[in-house]
Design a protein around this ligand. Structure first.
Ligand SMILES: [Fe+2]
Length: 436
């Protein structure tokens, strides 16, 4: 063998071992490296999920073109003969030491309401399994949705049990809502990997309705508060919010309920974004043909924590919630559970609030700084991982809070009354003491 050949062999071995050493080091630090096979598959709501549905997925950067296929689902496996193939919008995400990946997204449109579809995503010989979802039904028909407070920490190890129990209780939920702080460090890929791993196939079957919290934001260029670099590539949410807050401030109408997401972190940090959202919120509440309205954001209007008070949010939005009789406000941030309505005054006339305010937590990060139960709370809990199933049937809304172990912890009904605020029927389970 010539000296040249020996040298080139040695160099080849050296570079190949470097490549594998690098791969090994990367996967040791991040077990969620992207590959040719799609992962992080997630459905998201559109403005009208009765006729459209959004989907996102991730691959390695080697994939520059990916597709989704969709058909009406059938037990006859030959449904695959009828598929429609759609090319995704694909964007490369390069961020500091995160493994570079391609994020793919598209919106299935012209769907039939109240119909089960089967879809898969991929390219070449790398495809996901066939996954089912249901389009929303018509206005007024009964439906359920799931609400989670902060997920944030120990996501794979401790939140997985919550999301799985929630799915077992309400597998046909029209959406899964997240009241912010989905993860702890906005741009840490491994935490998003944990979030997708914990929810697994549930993310790909029930559309997500996430609102960002403070931990989903970071200090961007020039110190400007910015939503995670992963947010827009990995979610496709309605772009019907104010300019500059696309996909974080938005709304969706489902079966007679208007679901609204506010970006409270941007509202807390910027006068401009607070005012933009106030103007937008008034319009969205005023021109609302739905019987029910549910608003979600991260920083609570009433805090269960004695050390916290989100005065800006309360002074800006509560007058609108009072005026337009918002039914339900679902929030996070305080790592504890509390809900109340009866003892909250309506800002203008001293009358009783038309809105039920709820704060909750689904992950294991807990707070102990609210040992004293605040007067606004009708039911509360400390050190309890929870999820919530809300069912709406015409004039009746049933709210159920379940612990991570599936026990009913709190419940109430809201009943629509003509010309009056909702009647509240407390259904706190008798044999379950308040966890304080
Ligand atoms: Fe928070």
């Amino acid at each position: 063998m010539s000296v040249f050949k020996v040298c080139s062999k040695v160099l080849t071995v050296y570079f190949v071992s470097l490549f594998f050493a690098d791969l090994h080091a990367q996967s040791a630090a991040n077990p969620y490296l992207p590959s040719l096979m799609p992962d992080r598959i997630i459905l998201n709501v559109t403005a009208d999920p009765s006729t459209s549905m959004a989907v996102n997925w991730r691959t390695s950067e080697l994939v520059t073109e990916s597709f989704a296929e969709i058909a009406v689902a059938s037990a006859d496996p030959r449904f695959t003969d009828e598929v429609k193939r759609i090319k995704a919008k694909s964007e490369k995400l390069e961020w500091e030491d995160t493994p570079t990946a391609t994020y793919h997204s598209l919106v299935f449109d012209n769907l039939t309401p109240n119909t089960k579809y089967a879809y898969r995503v991929g390219q070449g010989d790398q495809w996901s399994e066939w996954i089912h979802f249901n389009t929303a039904g018509k206005t007024g028909s009964k439906f359920s949705f799931i609400y989670h407070g902060d997920v944030q920490t120990n996501i794979r190890s401790m939140w997985s049990r919550v999301v799985r129990d929630a799915y077992a209780k309400a597998p046909d939920a029209v959406l899964m809502m997240y009241a912010g702080d989905l993860i702890n460090k906005a741009n840490r890929d491994v935490e998003w990997g944990d979030w997708f791993e914990a929810g697994g196939f549930i993310h790909s079957m029930i559309p997500g309705f996430p609102t960002p919290g403070n931990h989903d934001h970071y200090d961007g260029p020039n110190g400007k508060n910015t939503t995670s670099v992963f947010w827009r590539p990995q979610f496709t949410l309605p772009e019907n919010g104010p300019a500059g807050l696309e996909e974080t401030c938005y709304y969706s109408d489902i079966q007679g309920m208007r679901f609204i997401s506010l970006n409270s972190d941007q509202a807390e940090e910027s006068d401009e974004y607070l005012e933009k959202q106030r103007i937008w919120m008034e319009k969205v509440l005023k021109d609302n043909p739905n019987k029910w309205t549910c608003v979600t954001f991260h920083h609570p209007i009433y805090s269960p924590k004695s050390t916290r008070d989100n005065k800006r949010m309360r002074e800006t939005f509560k007058p609108l919630f009072d005026k337009y009789k918002v039914d339900l406000v679902l929030q996070g941030h305080d790592h504890t559970y509390a809900r109340g309505m009866a003892k909250i005054p309506m800002q203008q006339k001293g009358a009783v609030s038309p809105t039920m305010y709820v704060v909750s937590v689904s992950g294991p990060k807990m707070t102990a700084s609210n040992v004293e139960k605040a007067t606004w709370m009708d039911r509360s809990a400390l050190y309890t991982q929870l999820y919530h199933v809300i069912t709406v049937d015409n004039d009746l809304l049933e709210f159920k809070a379940y612990t991570a172990t599936g026990e009913l912890y709190d419940a109430f009904d809201l009943v629509k009354q003509k010309g009056k605020i909702n009647k509240v029927i407390d259904k706190i389970p008798q044999n379950v003491p308040e966890k304080r």
